[in-house]
Design a protein around this ligand. Structure first.
Ligand code: GDP
Ligand code: MG
Length: 163
C-alpha cells in the first residue's frame, strides 16, 4: 500500500498542473476554466525515490454546495480522508482568498499532515503572495511554479521527508 498524497485547494490555483509535474506525465487535463479536471485524478509518482499515490481533487463537483469553501470541502473530503499527506495549494498571484483561510481552519481540524504550497510564485508578483500565505497558520509556504517547474525539487524533498 503506497502512501497517499492528496492535492487540494481552490479551483484554478494550479492543482492539476502541480499533479502533472509531480507525476511527470500528462495525466490530468489542465484548463483555464476553473475546476476542470476531467481526466485521471490519481496516479503513481516517484518522489526522491519514494513511490506515492497522488490524488488530484476536482475543484467543483456536481451537486456542489453554494459557497466556495463548501465546494472545496466537498471535493477534497474523500481525498483528505485517505491521505497520509495533504498538499494545500494556494495561488501566490491572486493572493489569499477568504475561502483559503476558511479551508485552512477546517483542514487543521482534519488531523492530517499538511504542506502549504504557494503556486504561481514565479517572478516578483509571486514572492509577496507566497509570503502572504504565512497568514494561513499552516507553517512555511513552499513557493513553487508548477507551470514553469520552479521549486519542484525542494517540494519533492519536503514531501519525501514527511512520508
Ligand atoms: P486547478 O483548477 O487547481 O486544477 O488549476 P489548473 O492546474 O487547471 O490551472 C489553472 C490555471 O493556472 C491554468 O491556466 C494554468 O496554466 C495556470 N497555472 C498553473 N500553474 C501555474 C504557475 O505556476 N504559474 C502561473 N502563472 N500559472 C499557472
Ligand atoms: Mg484541476
Amino acid at each position: 500500500q503506497l502512501p497517499v498524497v492528496a492535492v487540494v485547494g481552490r479551483p484554478n490555483v494550479g492543482k492539476s498542473t502541480l499533479f502533472n509535474r509531480l507525476i511527470g506525465r500528462r495525466r490530468a487535463i489542465v484548463s483555464d476554466e476553473p475546476g476542470v479536471t476531467r481526466d485521471r485524478k490519481e496516479g503513481e509518482a516517484l518522489l526522491r525515490g519514494h513511490r506515492v499515490r497522488l490524488i488530484d481533487t476536482a475543484g467543483l463537483e456536481e451537486a456542489a454546495p453554494e459557497t466556495l469553501f463548501g465546494r472545496m470541502r466537498a471535493s477534497s473530503e474523500q481525498g483528505i480522508a485517505q491521505a497520509d499527506l495533504v498538499l494545500f495549494c494556494v495561488d501566490a498571484r491572486s493572493g489569499i482568498a477568504p475561502a483559503d483561510a476558511h479551508f485552512a481552519n477546517w483542514l487543521r481540524r482534519q488531523n492530517r499532515p499538511v504542506l502549504l504550497v504557494a503556486n504561481k510564485a514565479e517572478g516578483r508578483a509571486g514572492v509577496q503572495g507566497a509570503y502572504d500565505a504565512y497568514s494561513l497558520g499552516l507553517g512555511t509556504p513552499l513557493a513553487v511554479s508548477a507551470e514553469h517547474g520552479e521549486g519542484m525539487a525542494d517540494l519533492m524533498s519536503v514531501i519525501a521527508e514527511h512520508l
